[in-house]
Design a protein around this ligand. Structure first.
Ligand SMILES: [Zn+2]
Length: 298
């Protein structure tokens, strides 16, 4: 995870926690202005301290807590306990040292906004009426949805098809499905990725050179839209593309690629190494979306 993305996501979570705790604190201060509440609250704190010192007061504490809540309800001031947005992690972002769902969600929000893909799509809301072969498309969508729920033994998905047949739509459905499964996805276009290849290539600073590529190498799940539409640079684009695909395959990190290029085209357009990594069917799934340009039909 890139540090600035993680930092920004954590900032949002921290703010949620701060707000929940501030509100609870304010409610408590107001409630303490009431004498009945204050008396009970002091007893309650007293018991908790004694409990911590070894006295077994659990039951009394529970009873007092209920009494406190009743007075509190009458005062109509809201809870004196923080009402965290995420009950799984109490707005800390972590559960057992791992990213909580709420943190993954914020990270994905940032990554999706950054990607320029706009809003994502939903498998459940997709209709195939405009497709020339709706039955085939239904099967294909189901295959891709099932893959999202798999253990990613097949770690490269190649979706080929002419312009406008709905490749990006399928990508967006998959991204949403994976986000809902608490995965971190990184969406990019081949064009944008290639710009970074060129940047990395011409960069003199070795650390910076690597850093530019990290988001492609380390992304938990990488989506590359429209492979083949980048401004190819001889000796750069192919080598970097191979590096990304090969490294990700070796580290078993899932990559989803959409392209106008058929598999046969890839061999000519890039080279044999890229072709053989993509078409290695022991760890790849290659599908083809047929049909006319849906944008024209709409
Ligand atoms: Zn959480």
């Amino acid at each position: 995870m890139r540090k600035n993305v993680l930092d920004n996501a954590l900032k949002i979570i921290d703010e949620n926690r701060f707000n929940a705790e501030s509100e609870a604190k304010n409610n408590k201060l107001k409630a303490l202005e009431n004498e009945d509440f204050k008396k009970l609250y002091n007893q309650y704190v007293d018991l908790i301290i004694k409990n911590a010192q070894g006295e077994n007061n659990e039951k009394n504490i529970e009873n007092l807590k209920i009494k406190l809540e009743n007075v509190q309800k009458k005062l109509n001031l809201g809870s004196i306990e923080p009402n965290y947005s995420c009950k799984l992690c109490n707005d800390t972002g972590f559960v057992n040292g791992k990213y909580c769902k709420c943190l993954t969600k914020e990270i994905n929000n940032i990554l999706v906004a950054e990607s320029g893909f706009g809003h994502l799509e939903d498998f459940a809301k997709t209709n195939f009426k405009l497709n020339s072969n709706p039955e085939y498309m239904k099967k294909l969508y189901k295959l891709m949805k099932d893959w999202c729920h798999s253990n990613f033994e097949k770690n490269l998905i190649y979706i080929a098809g002419q312009t406008g047949v709905g490749k990006t739509h399928l990508l967006k459905c998959m991204a949403k499905e994976l986000i809902d499964l608490n995965k971190v996805v990184f969406l990019t276009t081949s064009f944008a990725m290639n710009q970074d290849f060129l940047k990395s290539y011409s960069c003199k600073d070795l650390d910076e050179k690597d850093y530019i590529l990290q988001k492609y190498l380390n992304a938990e799940i990488l989506f590359i839209d429209d492979l083949g539409t980048e401004l190819r640079q001889p000796g750069i684009t192919v080598n970097y593309l191979y590096l990304i695909i090969n490294e990700r395959k070796m580290n078993k990190r899932p990559t989803i690629i959409s392209s106008n290029l058929t598999l046969a085209d890839i061999n000519d357009y890039y080279d044999e190494r890229v072709f053989s990594r993509i078409t290695d069917l022991s760890s790849s799934i290659c599908v083809y979306i047929e049909g006319d340009d849906l944008r024209l039909k709409k």
